[in-house]
Design a protein around this ligand. Structure first.
Ligand SMILES: *[C@@H]1O[C@H](CO)[C@@H](O)[C@H](O)[C@H]1NC(C)=O
Length: 459
């Protein structure tokens, strides 16, 4: 099964890239994975469909699970998520934002329907994109969305639809052997090329938000920073740094599940007995996990006996900003020189990230936002692992020499990953205009063109 999955993935990927080649992009295979073009933004849609995964209810004396249904915006990633990093990596800054309390979930939802003209266009655009994504696989889609001419090759894979990306079949930080029951994978490579985007459409969003900023002292649409790490000042607020090295200084070890979570030492290479601030440097194959600073207190569902356990970052609206680099340390071998930034449903590490007793196998969710898939590769890929898995074959350039800033925005519309301008600040709040820009699937940003890829997960 697993072998066949990989084989068909390669066929699908090469067909896909053949199509793309005609449209001007070059795709190449490396280490079993396909890479098409470097982009600045990849927008994943298609979350929030109802589904089911198996939640761990106990791990002793053996793994016990029960069916957990999910539905609604961004599900299942509206649940708590944890942030994971693997070296070689230097983490300069991390910030987490959520809507301010004045725009609580209920209010934010109401606002969607009360939008003024600028936002109505955005809403409509999403609908149009969704409709186009539902068209036939392989069709070249050309459309005018908000005045922009947009082309893409529709590789959307519906149920029973073929394509698997090799990215999704490739090894992943938490993948367990024999989990090749993916079914299908929506292998969309949707290059959006903006032609002469009219200023009217893109300025509408910002005009709306600046007028709302002007009319309220603390802009109600602004998001607030709930957690922040800064390497050079060695400060961390609202978060803890853990790793999978439990058993000595903190956490537990047993022969069935291995090491539990533990407090990470500052360089991530060992466990500590209490929370430590990361020194921001991770060597090859060393990992650190960021949770919120809220300790589980019987309110995280089941967690492994004796593990260190914290809440993750909850809700269908959350923004993560990263400033980081992924130096090439020249090492080779298993998991070496393969840096990665990813998210897991926080239940996974709180039970068993690297043993088979978690909700990972049944699709509670992993999102890789910048993952190097073979030693020394200079390209970062993104992939959703869930019940409708998929990953774009477009990529971000791995920042080997200097730090870059990236955003991962999770909203009811999906997950957008975007490379940010070096001037982006990680301040205590994030303006509505910035959130709008990050959530936009337009390829226009502050008058600049962003090469943007749209990827619809299968249904
Ligand atoms: C973090 O700690 C490791 C091990 O002591 C060290 O090699 C590295 O230089 C440190 N990084 C920083 C930024 O201090």
């Amino acid at each position: 099964m697993r072998y066949n999955l990989v084989a068909s993935a390669l066929v699908a990927a090469s067909m896909m890239c053949g199509v793309l080649a005609q449209s001007g992009a070059d795709c190449a295979e490396s280490g079993g994975n396909w890479y098409c073009q470097a982009v600045q933004k990849i927008a994943y849609s298609g979350f929030g469909k109802s589904g089911q995964y198996k939640k761990v209810t106990n791990m002793y004396p053996s793994c016990q699970q029960s069916d957990q249904s999910y539905s609604g915006p961004l599900s299942p990633f509206d649940e708590e998520v944890s942030m994971h990093f693997r070296g070689p990596m230097v983490i300069n800054q991390v910030a987490v934002y959520t809507p301010s309390s004045s725009s609580s979930k209920a209010k934010a939802r109401r606002t969607v329907h009360e939008r003024r003209h600028g936002h109505a266009g955005f809403h409509k655009r999403n609908k149009e994109i969704r409709e186009m994504q539902e068209r036939q696989i392989g069709a070249t889609v050309t459309a005018t969305i908000n005045g922009e001419t947009v082309h893409w090759i529709n590789e959307y894979g519906g149920p029973g639809g073929s394509p698997s990306t090799s990215a999704a079949a490739a090894s992943t930080p938490s993948s367990a052997a024999g989990s090749g029951d993916a079914g299908f994978i929506g292998a969309a490579v949707d290059s959006v090329e903006a032609a002469a985007a009219p200023t009217t459409s893109s300025s509408a969003d910002s005009a709306t938000s600046s007028s709302s900023t002007a009319s309220t002292p603390v802009a109600s649409g602004d998001w607030v920073r709930s957690a922040y790490y800064k390497q050079d000042s060695q400060t961390a607020q609202g978060m803890v740094f853990l790793n999978n090295m439990g058993g000595s200084a903190s956490g537990v070890f047993d022969n069935t599940y291995g090491n539990s979570l533990a407090y990470a030492s500052p360089d991530g290479s060992s466990a500590a007995s209490s929370p430590q601030v990361s020194n921001g440097t991770l060597d090859s194959n060393k990992e650190v996990i960021i949770f919120s600073d809220q300790k589980c207190n019987g309110d995280c569902g089941y967690v492994r006996d004796g593990t260190v356990a914290y809440h993750g970052f909850d809700g269908a609206e959350k923004l993560f900003l990263f400033e980081f680099s992924m130096p090439d340390d020249g090492t080779t071998g298993w998991n070496m020189n393969m840096p990665s930034g990813w998210f897991l449903n926080a239940q996974i590490p709180r039970t068993a990230q690297y043993a088979s007793c978690s909700c990972w196998e049944s699709g509670c969710g992993e999102f890789d936002w910048c993952e190097v898939l073979d030693s020394g590769n200079t390209k970062c890929k993104s992939t959703w692992h869930g019940n409708t898995p998929g990953g774009s074959s477009d990529y971000f350039d791995r920042p080997t020499s200097a730090p870059i800033k990236m955003a991962v925005l999770m909203t009811p519309s999906g997950i957008n990953v975007q490379k940010l301008d070096d001037s982006q600040d990680f301040g205590t709040s994030m303006s509505k205009a910035t959130i709008n820009q990050l959530s936009s699937t337009s390829s226009e940003s502050d008058g600049e063109k962003l090469l943007t890829t749209l990827f619809a997960l299968g249904s």
